[in-house]
Ligand binder design. Structure first.
Ligand SMILES: [Zn+2]
Length: 281
């Protein structure tokens, strides 16, 4: 029920923002730059826009559209910094895991306020919402084609599953535009590590039998208090993290926030800040 109320409020807000936007344009009034979150609400991800680049002393902050969803919504995010160590964080590959979007948007706002926390050795690729169609239009994990995107990656053990139970992995690996966006980012930037944010579970899972991943997961669990969870019953075929690990041999972990609604910012902020400001990984 709570989830429904939250959706209703989000839709109501979108309608209000839409009329505000129409009024502002009619008056020739240029809306000043808002946070990523409010811009997202105004456009609902449907309107493309120019890439925005803000350069501070040392940190380039570039807002980008990395691709489009199956329904044509922009998959927006940020490229931050120009270092050699590339960290890739994304949220809401499952549409109903809304707190993950808030968590990564909060991180982006923190960086905008204090760009110097990003070490010069780092480049960050951050996509708060990989699955905007699910986020805006659905109450389950799936995308517009009713596919579980986190089973749509070309791992060596890919399985189709489904078609019911919320676990249909698609007609073939990378059949979906959202998973193609992740693939393209990995091929373009060759990230040194990847973190996929989900909910809910209050835990961290590594990619299995992969020491770089378990080292990162153990460290993240220690920093946050999340449970380190490497039960092999969770070793699913077709996930983004498994594909990333197999493809790059770099560490990949999955974080499960406490619940679907909350960002867990206070739990994650020290770990995230240390990841972006030091060369610990
Ligand atoms: Zn999930």
């Amino acid at each position: 029920m709570q989830k429904h109320n939250s959706r209703f409020n989000k839709k109501s807000k979108k309608i209000i923002y839409f009329y505000i936007a129409v009024f502002a344009v009619a008056c020739g009034f240029v809306l000043s730059k808002q946070s990523f979150a409010s811009k997202n609400s105004i456009t609902n991800g449907l309107t493309s826009k120019e890439t925005t680049i803000t350069t501070t002393e040392a940190t380039k902050i570039e807002e980008k559209i990395f691709g489009y969803s199956e329904e044509g919504r922009a998959i927006e995010g940020y490229e931050i910094g120009n270092g050699e160590d590339v960290l890739f964080f994304f949220g809401s590959i499952h549409g109903n895991e809304m707190g993950t979007v808030d968590l990564l948007e909060t991180l982006i706002e923190k960086i905008k306020t204090e760009p110097s926390i990003v070490d010069s050795s780092k480049k960050l690729i951050i996509i708060p919402c990989v699955n905007p169609d699910g986020y805006y239009d659905r109450v389950d994990k799936l995308n517009a084609n009713e596919i579980n995107l986190n089973l749509n990656f070309a791992t060596s053990d890919w399985q189709q599953y489904g078609p019911d139970n919320g676990d249909y992995a698609g007609d073939e690996p990378f059949s979906e535009k959202e998973s193609q966006v992740i693939k393209e980012i990995v091929e373009t930037y060759n990230p040194d590590l990847m973190i996929s944010y989900h909910s809910s579970g209050f835990l961290v899972t590594p990619e299995y039998n992969h020491k770089p991943s378990s080292d990162l997961a153990l460290w993240y669990a220690e920093m946050t208090g999340y449970t380190y969870y490497d039960d092999e019953s969770w070793d699913y075929p077709g996930t983004a993290t498994k594909w990333f690990m197999e493809t790059t041999d770099n560490p990949a972990i999955t974080i499960e926030l406490t619940d679907n609604e909350n960002s867990d910012w206070n739990i994650n902020k020290d770990a995230l800040t240390e990841l972006i400001s030091t060369d610990i990984f």
